[in-house]
Design a protein around this ligand. Structure first.
Ligand code: CA
Ligand code: ZN
Length: 299
């Protein structure tokens, strides 16, 4: 199995970055990551305004996957997700949903112990997940703090062990990277941070040909989802919903009116995050529908 250490990080998904690793379709790689502050906050005594803010949201990569071409879909299965034991959260003025009420930046250390995150004395359940995951976009680079059609900072709690992601490939080799793990995060990520933590992800790459997608998709054992990021929640909901409905119409031959009714009955609009430069939602379809249709929606 390949491995990749935190010696190679990027701060934007950018086709100009030279790959630090070349792998083949079907290969598995274990990727180590810093937390989203590049491990600069080691204790609550760290002067938070004094950290290097040019070194936030590092993604480990980029990884070049041989044989993956523009127009393909890169399929990434998250085989395993391991997190460290030093969790940290921050709040601050103008950050997140409550930024207007917060006068100074604060950090809180949240140790991860015995499968729980210890917040003050309260033990919280973990839902380990990957905040930043994506490929190089076609044009200019996109900061790892921003989500988009290429993936990036989607902060989607479904991006976890057992999930499979699909990314539209814009450049040869895809130039994949990931980082920004959370020990736990709720939908919305209202403070602007999850319980930020370093970790290791083991992923396997596959390629899907002749299956154009324009925004990332994700599936797990229960659901198939269309992700979309946009300036506003309204717009993101529209894009995710319409892409999924178009997909189901195309795969099944059903009419737009029927699929719209069907999705209104069993589809879910869910919020990933509302605090990044673009907001992210997912439109979620139960997987048993694929059996009824007799066709897979992606992959
Ligand atoms: Ca994030
Ligand atoms: Zn994060």
């Amino acid at each position: 199995m390949h491995t990749l250490s935190t010696d190679s990080v990027i701060y934007d998904f950018n086709k100009a970055h030279a790959p630090v690793k070349k792998v083949k379709v079907g290969d598995t790689i274990e990727i180590s990551t810093y937390d989203c502050f590049e491990n600069q906050i080691q204790s609550e005594d760290t002067e938070i305004t004094g950290i290097d803010w040019n070194r936030v949201n590092p993604a480990t990569g980029p990884i070049y996957i041989e044989g993956v071409e523009p127009g393909d879909v890169l399929k990434v299965k998250i085989e395993k997700l391991e997190i460290g034991d030093r969790g940290v959260m921050v709040v601050g003025p103008d950050l997140g949903v409550m930024g207007h009420r917060l006068e100074e930046m604060k950090a809180k250390m949240i140790p991860i112990k015995d499968g729980k995150a210890v917040f003050n004395e309260i033990e919280l359940p973990l839902n380990p997940m990957i905040g930043v995951i994506g490929v190089a976009p076609e044009g200019e680079g996109v900061s790892c703090g921003t989500p988009g059609a290429h993936g990036g900072n989607m902060d989607n709690k479904m991006v976890t062990e057992g999930a499979t992601l699909y990314f539209p490939v814009a450049v040869e080799g895809a130039l994949f990277g990931l980082g920004d793990f959370h020990a736990a995060m709720g939908d919305g990520e209202v403070s602007v941070s999850g319980i930020e933590v370093e970790g290791k992800a083991t992923v396997t790459f596959e390629v899907v040909k002749d299956e154009g997608i324009t925004q990332p998709m994700l599936e797990n054992d229960e659901v198939v989802t269309q992700i979309a990021s946009a300036e506003t929640l309204d717009e993101a909901v529209k894009v995710a919903t319409e892409l999924m409905i178009n997909r189901i119409c195309r795969k099944t031959g059903m009419s737009v009116s029927d699929v719209t009714m069907l999705m209104s009955a069993v589809g879910q609009v869910e919020v990933c995050q509302v605090v990044d430069p673009l907001v992210t939602v997912r439109f979620v379809v139960p997987k048993w529908l694929e059996e009824k249709f007799g066709v897979r929606l992606i992959g």
